[in-house]
Design a binder for this molecule. Sequence first.
Ligand SMILES: Nc1ncnc2c1ncn2[C@@H]1O[C@H](COP(=O)(O)OP(=O)(O)OP(=O)(O)O)[C@@H](O)[C@H]1O
Ligand SMILES: [Mg+2]
Length: 308
Amino acid sequence: MIEARELRKSFGTRTAVDGMSFDIRQGETLGLLGPNGAGKTTTIHMLTGLLRPDSGEIIIDGVADPMRTSVRRRIGLTPQTLAIYEDMTAEENLVFLGRLYGIPKPILRKRVGELLDIAGLADRKRDVAKNFSGGMKRRLNLVASLVHQPDILFLDEPTVGVDPQSRNHLFDCVSNLASTGTTIIYTTHYMEEAERLCDRVAVVDQGTIRAIDTVVELKRKHGGDATILVEVERDSAQRKRVTELLQGIFPDRTIRIEDQHLKLQSANPIRDLAKLADSEMDPKWIELERPQLEDVFLNLTGRRLRDS
Ligand SMILES: Nc1ncnc2c1ncn2[C@@H]1O[C@H](COP(=O)(O)OP(=O)(O)OP(=O)(O)O)[C@@H](O)[C@H]1O
Ligand SMILES: [Mg+2]
């Protein structure tokens, strides 16, 4: 549905996007996961026609021009910086946008009511936006991009500065839109959001896509080994005995000792756990840690997403 081919964009000497290519399928939710400055917003601005790429191509439904009016009307953008009028009420914000799109009054009235419900702002619709909490503003910012019922929606870090309750509310909105067939491009630097909402995730760093796949496949291909943890007591005979037992079962493996755990890397945890099940090891000591998206990011970029 959307194809990006070798997109590049620099600002002066700073390269923001350095040759990104990817496809977005109709109805899918694609996440762009990357740290501050990775080039996510620049990419979204190129895809929505707000910025012209220095080079490369964007093809939407077979046509190479996202600036076309017919395409722009199908696109909604929830920008990272709030795009609501603080001096207008919630309702006025939505009605104003609807008029810009030329939506007839009776249809618009009904739609604005629905959007206020989606945003959980129906009882605050006559309050000016500047009196809203950060989360309420974000929710209004989201539904403001839905007034013209776009079938392609770009969400640029929609949950920044939002408390957990509002965040869950936003997640539900996004999931509902996805279930009704909206194609969604969602940027975030929160791994749990990418994991929870996205069909596929592009790991973005320094203007490039390091990998793009489902979270399950990203973990399988780039997450590294699983870790088997065996709980041991500190400074005890039990600890010594269990360490010897474990080394006996896996003679050629390195066993790391950390606090109350023995740790063993495992490329085939099911087989290794089966071996442990057949041993004298008490099953209640044993836990399995699967690779997380954090590990994927670290392996692909050499950096941790949280610290970057
Ligand atoms: N208008 C601009 N002028 C100059 N530099 C810019 C401009 N917009 C972005 N950049 C630079 O391009 C790089 C990518 O920025 P971009 O905003 O696309 O990143 P991002 O992934 O959206 O980051 P964040 O998570 O902080 O929103 C950064 O180094 C940024 O400073
Ligand atoms: Mg950004």
